[in-house]
Design a protein around this ligand. Structure first.
Ligand SMILES: [Zn+2]
Length: 320
């Protein structure tokens, strides 16, 4: 009933997993980036069971990143399929990223405040330019409402898993224990959240939410995981455990860095831990670092303060 296609993409992660659900209505989870090859690969999979792209009725998105939704509009044009997403990720799929749009300017502002040099901001511009043909913005969608997506012979539970993005969801198939997890759980990778904002302007607490979401999923009887990228995982317990280990390892690393310095900006911490990054990796690294800082702040281990118009952090209780 479930058939996963690994579709090549011109991004460092190389491939996106797209899953077709052969039931009524015919549905596809995360169709991948916009390209003729994407459409061809999905169509070939459908043809094997006597279907074609025009028979797709629902496009179910795990979250609003281009490597997952990029091809959705092309498929909708061919099939008239309804596109579903969590309301918190709708804004992401509506926009065509530009160097000077509201979101980009906000990202650049945050990066600058946290000590990031000009090359990090240019990295965002270059990335938007690089991916511009990989997606079409989606203006009309349906939101997941029921906790289940129903099919003629089965159903999938939609589990809200904010973290990687604020509107991330995963799909659980109770009969087989299969979890289709988007970028919330990926074999061999601890997914990184990207900076996001809440309606009130505050930063979304990506790391704490992500940890809670992993906790939530691990309470389900999951037997097999198909992540948004990479191979299937048949040992979910170990995978969830490896996430916990990774987090505590990173936390220890960061705390010991704070112990050695009076104060740190997120960018300084990034360079200490990952070295000098280039291009869009700076934005991704900064997203992770600011997320980690926010997490440590929420646990009252560090405190933010301002110095010369820039945001820095120091360990609580250290008054050097
Ligand atoms: Zn993603």
């Amino acid at each position: 009933m479930f058939e996963t296609i690994s579709i090549p993409i011109k991004l460092p992660i190389k491939k996106t997993n797209s899953t077709v659900i052969f039931d009524e209505p015919l549905s596809i989870i995360d169709p991948g980036v916009k390209s003729l090859n994407t459409l061809k690969m999905i169509d070939e999979t459908l043809q094997k069971k006597g279907k074609s792209l025009k028979d797709i009725r629902r496009i179910l998105l795990t979250h609003g990143h281009i490597d997952h939704f990029g091809a959705a509009m092309d498929i909708q044009k061919i099939s008239g399929a309804e596109i579903f997403i969590h309301p918190h990720d709708f804004e992401k799929i509506q926009r065509k990223n530009r160097n000077d749009d509201e979101f980009t300017l906000r990202y650049k502002d945050i990066l600058t405040q946290h000590g990031c040099p000009e090359k990090g901001l240019l990295g965002i511009d270059r990335f938007w330019d690089y991916i511009k043909d990989m997606y079409d913005p989606i203006l009309e969608v349906s939101f997941y409402q029921d906790p289940f997506i129903k099919f003629a012979t089965t159903k999938l539970e939609i589990i809200e898993t904010p973290g990687h993005t604020r509107g991330s969801v995963v799909f659980f198939h109770p009969e087989t224990g299969l979890l289709i997890s988007g970028d919330t759980v990926i074999d061999g990778i601890t997914p990184n959240p990207v900076i996001e904002f809440l309606e009130n302007g505050n930063r979304f607490a990506s790391q704490s939410c992500f940890r809670e979401s992993i906790q939530k999923i691990s309470s389900y009887p999951v037997k097999k995981i198909i992540g948004g990228h990479g191979k299937e995982n048949g040992d979910p317990k170990s995978l969830f455990k490896s996430y916990q280990e990774e987090w505590s390892k990173n936390e220890t690393k960061l705390i010991s860095l704070f112990e050695k310095h009076d104060s740190l900006s997120a960018y300084e911490a990034l360079v200490h831990i990952f070295g000098e990054l280039e291009d869009f990796n700076i934005f991704l690294g900064m997203s992770e670092m600011i997320g980690s800082f926010d997490y440590l702040e929420s646990k009252e281990k560090i405190i933010y303060f301002e110095k010369n118009g820039k945001v820095r952090a120091k360990m609580l209780g250290i008054t050097k």
